[in-house]
Design a protein around this ligand. Structure first.
Ligand SMILES: Nc1ncnc2c1ncn2[C@@H]1O[C@H](COP(=O)(O)OP(=O)(O)O)[C@@H](O)[C@H]1O
Ligand SMILES: O=C(CO)[C@@H](O)[C@H](O)COP(=O)(O)O
Length: 503
């Protein structure tokens, strides 16, 4: 039996590869960053080759720098940024840069889908056809890039492409397939009806596999490229939020996950598909066979903070900038931020809304702005909690994961705004941990992901809500909720201005 599994977390800002042993300890970790290509407002692309190179560099470093013996790496699996469209030709060569989950150019296609299918679409896929999801991107290419469309023979999602390059086999797991909005969720198959209505050949849809299924072994070519051996087994993996939920131990309905990555997510485990959020929240297949989860997504969570830091504090240490918010007050001395800087997905499915600071006063310091950004992101999560509460959601524990969970101040702000206990993980790598757990379970180290969680998932510090702060944040959230409606028209006019003045 090999000593290690690798969890490959293919994020939007970077790929992080973690090596774990049988006890779930992370023995080594390497990452490699890449950029977004943003050619126009609303456009977000990445080059799939950057994902392959980044993943390979991280694996090479694990072997050469961290001295893991390649033959000890028994298996690996993935957590992948969701929805991004990777189009391949008949030789499985990439046809254009991938169009990502946070790319919102596809409002016309979203409307076209709803005009043609309406509620039938939501009944089949359990989701609205939002700009971020893969089907709208497929239709955009079909309508705007006919030469590329003619050559397109297959589509996959980001981690599926990396897995294909490692194994030579094309596949997609169910958890990511739900996010394409081409899956008939009840039947667990690609939807013939949706493919027919939009004239998409079924042959473009890759074979479906489970997250813990074996997808293949490392090819001789990839072994040479990466230093891995051809004996290493590669397992399906999951959408990053499904993987994050596994890695955060979200395996019971009384727990909720709050993830602050580039995007932000509030996610709830769903035992069955009976609950219906009518597309207001996303509804997805879980990495755990025959289980589901629902979630609401804030498009720019960690991205808001990274944008702020890059723009206003480029030379400073990230931790110092975040910690400076401690010099401000609850409510950032009366400054409010809405994180709609790339549009929003939930609770407002609105590609044209843009962010704002409201209440700027001559007394405000930069640290108040940082605090307002941290709080504004969590107010947007609070909007999602409100939806769960309106639907009878009953939960007492929030597990916080993602890069944002590195900040103790931000974890306390979450506890105060959610008015619930917030726990962090001992290691904040929820999705990477989940990916490694899928490899460990696929290899038979454990009988199930739930069984694996007992050994691999360890909670860290608990943050309890502070009653005086809870009361203040409840008042501020009522004010925050007014900003969307009052900035909607202004945002649209400003976006029109930008589009007219593109150079
Ligand atoms: N020290 C920190 N404190 C708080 N937030 C941080 C810190 N470092 C990074 N972040 C946030 O974490 C986000 C990245 O989280 P991560 O889970 O790695 O994202 P992704 O999977 O999308 O690549 C960044 O956008 C940043 O805002
Ligand atoms: O679009 C979604 C979920 O529907 C995002 O959550 C992406 O899956 C990107 O995740 P991060 O890079 O922020 O982890």
């Amino acid at each position: 039996m090999g000593k290690y599994v690798l969890g490959v977390d293919l994020g939007t800002s970077a790929v992080k590869v973690s090596a774990l042993d049988h006890s779930g300890q992370i023995v080594a970790q390497e990452s490699f960053g890449y950029d977004l290509i943003q050619q126009q407002p609303g456009y977000n692309e990445q080059n799939p080759e950057d994902w392959v190179s980044g993943t390979t560099v991280a694996i090479v470093r694990l072997i050469l720098t961290d001295h893991l013996a390649a033959e000890d790496i028994e298996g690996l699996s993935f957590s992948g940024q969701m929805h991004g469209l990777v189009l391949l030709d008949e030789n499985k060569k990439v046809l254009r840069p991938a169009i990502l989950w946070n790319d919102t150019r596809t409002t016309a296609q979203r409307e076209e889908i709803m005009d043609k299918m309406g509620d039938e679409f939501i009944d089949i896929t359990r989701n609205q056809p939002l700009e971020g999801f893969t089907l709208t991107k497929l239709l955009w290419v079909k309508e705007n890039e006919p030469d590329i469309w003619k050559k397109a023979k297959y589509f996959v999602l980001p981690k599926d492409y990396v897995r294909y390059r490692m194994t030579g086999n094309l596949a997609m797991d169910y958890s990511d397939a739900t996010g394409t909005v081409l899956l008939d969720v009840a039947k667990g198959q690609w939807s013939q009806r949706i493919c027919d209505v939009f004239d998409i050949p079924m042959s473009m849809c890759p074979p479906l596999i489970k997250s813990i299924d074996l997808a293949g072994t490392v090819t001789p070519a990839y072994a040479e490229f990466s230093g891995l051996t051809t004996a290493t087994k590669v397992f399906g993996g999951a959408a990053d939020n499904a993987a994050g939920a596994v890695g955060a131990g979200i395996l019971e309905p009384n727990m909720v996950m709050s993830s602050i990555g580039t995007s932000g997510v509030v996610l709830k485990y769903e035992d069955n598909a009976d609950v219906n959020y009518h597309g207001v929240l996303q509804f997805e297949d879980h990495a755990i066979p025959d289980k589901f989860y629902s979630m609401g997504v804030t498009l720019a969570a960690g991205y808001s903070l990274s944008w702020f830091k890059k723009t206003f504090a480029p030379a400073e240490d990230f931790n110092d900038v975040v910690a400076s918010a401690g010099k401000s007050t609850v409510g950032a001395n009366g400054l409010l931020y809405t994180p709609y800087i790339v549009g929003e997905r939930a609770p407002y499915a609105d590609a044209n809304i843009r962010g704002s600071f409201t209440g700027i006063d001559g007394i405000h310091q930069r640290y108040d702005f940082v605090r307002a950004v941290l709080e504004g992101i969590i107010f947007s999560f609070r909007d999602l909690f409100d939806i769960y509460e309106e639907n009878g959601g009953d939960f007492d524990t929030v597990v916080s994961i993602g890069g944002g969970a590195k900040s103790p101040l931000w974890l306390q702000i979450q506890a105060d705004i959610f008015n619930r206990k917030v726990v962090s993980l001992k290691n904040e790598q929820g999705p990477g941990m989940g990916a490694a757990m899928m490899a460990a379970t696929g290899l038979g180290w454990f009988d199930s992901l739930q069984d694996c969680a007992k050994t691999f998932v360890h909670f860290g510090k608990e943050y309890q809500p502070i009653p005086a702060n809870v009361a203040k944040y409840q008042k501020l959230h009522q004010i925050y909720k007014q900003v969307y409606g009052q900035t909607k028209q202004i945002s649209e006019e400003l976006l029109d201005y930008r589009r007219e003045n593109l150079n």
